[in-house]
Design a protein around this ligand. Structure first.
Ligand SMILES: [Ca+2]
Ligand SMILES: [Ca+2]
Length: 498
């Protein structure tokens, strides 16, 4: 065990506790009573790629090859519908589906199983089922308390889509790309050679706006907008305004976005963006063992975003190598994923979980990161332990208004400890929790000088596998706060005023 370290922390906790409770309480009630409310703070999103999730109908498996990493595997909407209990049981409150539109034919042996090569936008690919299956799925999700987010492709069609021949004026040309200045190239030049829609053409903007209206009518509460780095900002601004007026939450995917980028697009009108900079910091800091200082830097920047509570926080997704694969060793991948999931559930923002990450599914770069989902009967004991830990952390977050929606205030630590220890408070409605992450490889006790010492403290709210209260302690004596934290974990303590 390491000797206690004395820190001089000047925390005016009494100030943190003075949060205006009535306004936040009203917003909470409104968010729960209206499923299409724009305020998704407090939600937990679960991401599914339907082809790789669950096969509920063998009759739609034309051309399916479960052994081909880039082939259709047979998953569909009826299979997903049959597994919504699993998603709700984990504690998620919203379902994000990657696109389900009809896809163009295979290209060089690669199928459109992922959904990002649309042939059209207002039907369902036969591999996934029918529009009736989709509306039944969204109705069932709503009955289970899950909001529905659909992935919307607004930048391109799939390779060789019929629309290219039918409406050549809808697309940017090679000449457009060649003539574009540096600032325009991202939106005008094709992404991976895909036919690139020109949203400044009124018919294209009408098509895309109509697509959004169409899916709203099928029960969709939110859109995840794909590849917005490559989409005209003027169009995005007007579409975001339309979505907002319709009460539809919007989550943009700008590959590589940091807090500044999130802020830029929230100001443009989108509800949120995925924060790739946090993902990078968590992957290197927690899985790579390189320390928490980069995480702290991202969290400091988050506070400047117009709506930090809506920033989408994630460990991995279908475009990145699996989080657990950041370690060569399966057991280490599992314990560090459990730690990271626990840590994610302490942060201000909206956690997003990619299918399988809740049990530390392994896999390298695309397409290895899209292996078929496995359910409990197929897990190892190590995977089950990660799942139990994830479900516990989600449950603790949901039960705590401070963790779900509270203000976040980082506490300073000396530079010598900044890679091992992250401490912050989350406060809401007069309640405060203290969060501490220990990134060290051994259990460690930290002694902090803090006015928190005047508070009454609870044991850690998280549980270890087996349901025992996590072996993390917080005690206060005189003006000191003693934190005793197991190796590589995040802990949460509730503070009660005397
Ligand atoms: Ca099927
Ligand atoms: Ca484009």
């Amino acid at each position: 065990m390491t000797k206690p370290v004395t820190l001089a922390l000047c925390v005016a906790l009494s100030l943190i506790l003075k949060v205006s409770a009535p306004v936040q309480a009203r917003n909470t009630v409104q968010a729960q009573s209206n499923p299409s409310n724009l305020n998704w703070e407090g939600q937990i999103i679960y991401q599914v790629m339907p082809d790789r999730f669950a096969d509920g109908n063998k009759t739609n498996n034309a051309g399916v090859d479960p052994k081909g990493p880039q082939a259709w595997h047979g998953g569909d909407l009826s299979g997903l519908s049959g597994r919504l209990d699993y998603i709700a049981g984990l504690g998620a409150t919203a379902l994000w589906m990657t696109p389900v539109y009809p896809q163009v034919a295979d290209v060089n042996g690669v199928a459109g199983y992922h959904g990002y090569w649309p042939a059209e936008f207002r039907r369902i690919d036969p591999h996934f089922g029918t529009l009736t299956d989709f509306t039944a799925l969204s109705a069932r999700a709503h009955r289970l308390g899950l909001r529905v987010m659909l992935d919307q492709v607004i930048n391109h069609y799939g390779y060789g889509a019929a629309a290219q021949g039918q409406h050549p004026g809808w697309f940017h040309t090679q000449a457009d790309c060649a003539a574009a200045n540096t600032a325009q190239k991202d939106s005008v030049c094709p992404l991976s050679g895909l036919p690139d829609l020109n949203q400044s053409v009124p018919a294209v903007a009408e098509l895309l706006a109509g697509n959004a209206d169409f899916w709203r009518k099928q029960g969709v509460d939110a859109f995840r907008y794909d590849a917005i780095k490559n989409v005209d900002q003027g169009f995005l601004k007007s579409q975001a305004a339309r979505d907002r007026a319709a009460g539809t939450f919007t989550l943009g995917e700008y590959y590589g976005a940091d807090a500044d980028r999130v802020g830029e697009y929230q100001k443009l009108g989108l509800s949120s963006l995925f924060e790739f900079s946090l993902q990078t910091a968590l992957k290197s800091g927690i899985m790579g063992g390189q320390g928490l200082n980069p995480v702290r830097s991202v969290l400091e920047q988050d506070a400047a975003a117009p709506q930090p509570g809506l920033i989408a926080l994630f460990l991995d997704n279908h475009d990145l190598p699996r989080f657990a694969s950041g370690s060569l060793f399966e057991d280490q991948g599992q314990t560090r994923t459990a730690y990271a999931l626990r840590a994610l559930m302490t942060l201000k923002g909206i956690p997003v979980l990619w299918q399988g990450t809740e049990y530390a599914q392994r896999g390298g770069a695309d397409p290895d990161n899209r292996r078929d989902m496995r359910f409990e009967s197929e897990w190892t004991p190590g995977e089950k332990a990660v799942y139990d830990s994830a479900r516990d952390a989600i449950s603790v977050r949901k039960a705590s208004p401070a963790l779900s929606r509270g203000d976040q205030k980082l506490m300073p630590v000396p530079d010598s400890l900044a890679n091992d220890l992250l401490v912050f408070t989350r406060s809401q409605g007069g309640k405060t929790v203290l969060v501490a992450w220990n990134n060290g490889k051994a259990r460690r006790t930290y002694a902090l000088t803090s006015s928190i010492a005047d508070q009454t403290l609870t044991p850690s709210l998280f549980h270890d596998p087996g349901g025992k209260v996590q072996n993390a302690g917080l005690s206060a004596k005189a003006s000191h706060l003693y934190l005793s934290l197991p190796a590589q974990t995040a802990a949460v303590f509730e503070l009660k005023t005397k």
